[in-house]
Design a protein around this ligand. Structure first.
Ligand SMILES: [Zn+2]
Length: 267
């Protein structure tokens, strides 16, 4: 037993403790001195971010570090939420929660568009029609003229079919060459379950593996947590733990969505 105890103490002193210190150091260095964009070039020219989500609460649960980065840069931010989140028949309340959450995140109500359509039912077993998703997104892009669209990647962070459907709609837009001029599509990276719940300890790996990332300073993390709490119909015990431990409350690693290689070759 003494040997196991010694081994644990040894690991803590020589591995875990230095790693926690390194992660904390990198967090404060990159977020508080706003060095979280040292590899990025393109986002300097972007003036209007459109976040396309599937449900009210996605914006604060997953996209808050990116949203708050654009807010800090005094850029325009809009939300297109493709459903009212009516799975438990709370759609009308959840719409209000989204508006209130966006208000905390610095997004005015006029920039929040919520689609209330049975084609986009909030249901983890439902895969939404790709073409309908693509058309809805394109129509909204035509109305508000963003220059960057941020949405889920092919794994949808949680694997929820509605999240993945939003990605599929965006991929279809790129595959079919329907991207409006001057618009860039970006996706939010899904990480493994372990990385998802280690908060700032994921920073060393995130900045090593990802080329684009947004790291929220402490004030922004608190802002994201306040926004999430406003989705009070969703505040189960496991979401409370999520707010405390999820890396997505302070780190977003994003990828520019490219048209399929085959299409590039044909062009
Ligand atoms: Zn969702």
């Amino acid at each position: 037993m003494a040997n196991i105890g010694d081994a644990f103490r040894h690991s803590f002193h020589y591995l875990l403790f230095p790693f926690v210190c390194l992660s904390l150091f990198l967090y404060f260095l990159l977020s508080h001195f706003h060095l979280d964009q040292w590899r990025k070039r393109s986002d300097k020219k972007w003036n209007h971010l459109l976040v396309v989500s599937a449900h009210p609460d996605d914006e604060s649960m997953f996209f808050a570090p990116s949203i708050l980065h654009f807010r800090r840069k005094k850029k325009n931010i809009s939300i297109l939420c493709l459903s009212t989140g009516n799975y438990y028949h709370l759609g009308s309340q959840r719409k209000l929660e989204l508006v209130n959450s966006c208000n905390i995140l610095g997004i005015p109500e006029k920039n929040v568009k919520i689609i209330d359509d049975s084609c986009f039912a909030d249901d983890p077993s439902r895969i939404w029609n790709e073409e309908l998703v693509a058309r809805t997104i394109l129509q909204h892009i035509g109305n508000i003229n963003p220059d960057v669209v941020l949405t889920f990647d092919q794994f949808g962070i949680t694997g929820h079919n509605n999240h993945i459907s939003v990605y599929s709609g965006c991929r279809k837009i790129l595959q079919e060459g329907r991207v409006p001029n001057g618009v860039t599509f970006m996706t939010l990276e899904t990480t493994s379950l372990l990385r998802k719940y280690i908060s700032f300890l994921d920073i060393p790996l995130s900045i090593t593996l990802a080329s684009n990332f947004y790291i929220a300073p402490l004030a922004d993390v608190i802002c994201a947590q306040r926004a999430m709490v406003l989705h009070w119909t969703q505040l189960t015990w496991y979401r409370t733990l999520y707010i405390i431990f999820s890396r997505y409350m302070l780190i977003n690693t994003v990828t520019v969505l490219q048209p399929p290689v085959a299409e590039n070759v044909l062009r």
